[in-house]
Design a protein around this ligand. Sequence first.
Ligand code: CMP
Length: 139
Amino acid sequence: MAGNITFTMIKPDAVAKNNIGPILSMINKAGFKIKAMKYTQMSKAQAETFYGVHSERPFFGELVQFMTSGPIVAAILEKDNAVEDFRKLIGATDPSKADEGTIRKAFAESIQNNAVHGSDSDENAQIEGGLHFSFYERF
Ligand code: CMP
């Protein structure tokens, strides 16, 4: 059964361009409820852990550097079928392939600086949410 929780980050590129508000507006309009939210900056160790699954990829070092280059907004979102519906809302990883109306089409700069993260499975949504939020930070 599909879960009802996903995890997102508004990435440093989108934060630097003052796009937190418009992105949150698209998330709310699409029917996602905010269960937890934090404005923070990841350490190198946190980013390496978060993206550990990509540690062997050639872009890993640059990805960690980018994700620690400035503040992010981390959030847990709730909606029926959250993971799949959120991935539709954000669009393809590569913004040149993202559909019209998606967050990445509107705000992403490149395949790396792609404005937002969205969990790729229910299991990862739980793991990723757990890396950023305690039980007491969820509402
Ligand atoms: P995200 O959805 O957060 O998951 C992994 C991230 O790695 C991805 O978004 C991009 O920011 C980055 N990424 C994925 N593929 C590439 C690539 N080919 N080159 C550089 N960065 C990438």
